[in-house]
Design a binder for this molecule. Structure first.
Ligand SMILES: Nc1nc2c(ncn2[C@@H]2O[C@H](COP(=O)(O)OP(=O)(O)OP(=O)(O)O)[C@@H](O)[C@H]2O)c(=O)[nH]1
Ligand SMILES: [Mg+2]
Length: 301
């Protein structure tokens, strides 16, 4: 399936994403630092190597967003991993009040040399300008709303909501919201699948049954108890092959079509929706010990 996804690269990298990438390049000169939003459930797969390469030496802070949906124990290991590579990193839940305070402190810390220079020059009142970048649907606009207060940027539960750049002022900070951007070719086949699981690739270009069956396989491997509990699966059902498992779930939920067959497509949509809405509980799909993850300096190669 991953091959199929890779063959469809044109559809998930439409023209507006190439445009956004160019926009990031030009706007970069105008900002003091970049906030790179990652999805805490898949920090490696949500790290865009093309953005990394563009950022160069610009101060950056990685935000593990949607950390309310991720396994806290795995998130702390990711924080340690980023920090061990001298990258500032904060776990964030943008939908929760007060989530921005930790990020503001981290920004001020990362920009301490710049702020000291401004103080010397007598321009300490100058705005701190931050650009937000990340894959579609990772929560950039929601984060801005949480940082600035109120509904300042449009945020919705689907990829591709923000279409152009937008500046939002929050006290001494100016934030630049950007459209989400993916990259043309995924080095690791798992990347495309992980992005599909969390809803960063539009479902209408995906085979949802295949994605749901693959997700079940992954959750079964990592959190079998959560899967069994959510779908009331007996231990022998957990042993089923992935499509049979999807079928069993549809059956348990009474999703039948005429003739008594299970409506696999409905079951698949349910599994994906419920995973994305965190109905199975907090789940991390990537850990720093096993994920293929570029270290700083490697990314521009
Ligand atoms: N549970 C949870 N949901 C979040 C969080 N941040 C954002 N969301 C949800 O994720 C969805 C996408 O959020 P957006 O802010 O529109 O994402 P975006 O990165 O701006 O997306 P594009 O503009 O499409 O690139 C929305 O349904 C948000 O409510 C978070 O920290 N936790
Ligand atoms: Mg947006």
């Amino acid at each position: 399936m991953s091959d199929t996804l890779n063959q469809r690269q044109i559809q998930w990298f439409p023209g507006h994403m190439a445009k956004t990438l160019r926009l990031i390049g030009t706007e970069l000169k105008k900002v003091d630092a970049v906030l790179v939003l990652l999805d805490a459930r898949i920090p490696a797969s949500s790290l865009n190597p093309e953005i990394e390469a563009l950022l160069g030496d610009k101060p950056r802070i990685y935000l593990l967003n949607k950390s309310d949906l991720a396994d806290p124990a795995v998130t702390s290991r990711w924080l340690a991993r980023f920090r061990s590579e001298h990258s500032a990193c904060v776990a964030v839940s943008s939908k929760k009040k007060g989530a921005a305070a930790g990020v503001k402190a981290e920004v001020d810390r990362a920009l301490a040399p710049l702020l000291a220079r401004r103080e010397e020059k007598g321009i300490s009142g100058a705005q701190i300008r931050l650009m937000l970048v990340g894959i579609p649907n990772v929560g950039k606009s929601t984060f801005i709303n949480c940082f600035a207060g109120g509904q300042r940027a449009k945020a919705e539960d689907r990829p591709g909501v923000t279409r152009g750049k937008q500046w939002v002022t929050a006290g001494k900070y100016d934030l630049l919201d950007m459209p989400g951007v993916l990259w043309k070719k995924f080095e690791e086949p798992r990347t495309a699948v992980n992005l599909a699981f969390i809803g960063s690739i539009k479902d209408d270009i995906l085979d949802v049954e295949e994605i749901a069956a693959e997700l079940l396989e992954e959750v079964k491997r990592l959190y079998p108890d959560k899967l069994a509990q959510r779908y009331k699966l007996r231990s022998e059902q957990l042993e089923l092959e992935r499509y049979e498992l999807l079928e069993a779930i549809g059956k348990n939920r009474g999703m039948l079509i005429s003739g008594g067959e299970v409506d696999l497509s409905r079951a698949a949509i349910t599994v994906l929706d419920e995973f994305r809405a965190s109905k199975l509980g907090a789940i991390s799909l990537e850990s720093p010990e096993t994920a293929c993850f570029p270290t700083r300096g490697e990314e521009s190669r």
